[in-house]
Design a protein around this ligand. Structure first.
Ligand SMILES: [Zn+2]
Length: 87
């Protein structure tokens, strides 16, 4: 089986986009924490990479969940930047 959770890729891209305008720590550890927090709030969307429809499914997922994804990612950024797991 070759399954991919497209939500991971979507959240990663959205995080990168939003962080361009955020003045917070962007180290690997904080980025991972933000990704984890956002992904835990969002449903997993697994697709088989074998069927070649990964990107059309990804786009459909973004359209369906755009508002939820924005909220989850901005909450995750706020959460981690207010309390980073390091000094
Ligand atoms: Zn950091």
């Amino acid at each position: 089986m070759a399954l991919v959770n497209v939500m991971e890729k979507i959240v990663y891209d959205k995080l990168e986009e939003m962080l361009k305008t955020e003045n917070c720590c962007k180290c690997e550890r904080c980025l991972e924490d933000m990704e984890a927090i956002a992904l835990n709030k969002l449903p997993a969307r697994y697709v088989s990479t074998r069927n070649g429809e990964l990107f059309s499914k990804l786009n459909a997922t973004v359209r369906q969940s755009a508002v939820d994804i924005n909220i989850a990612v901005s909450n995750a950024i706020a959460c981690v930047s207010s309390k980073p797991s390091h000094e």
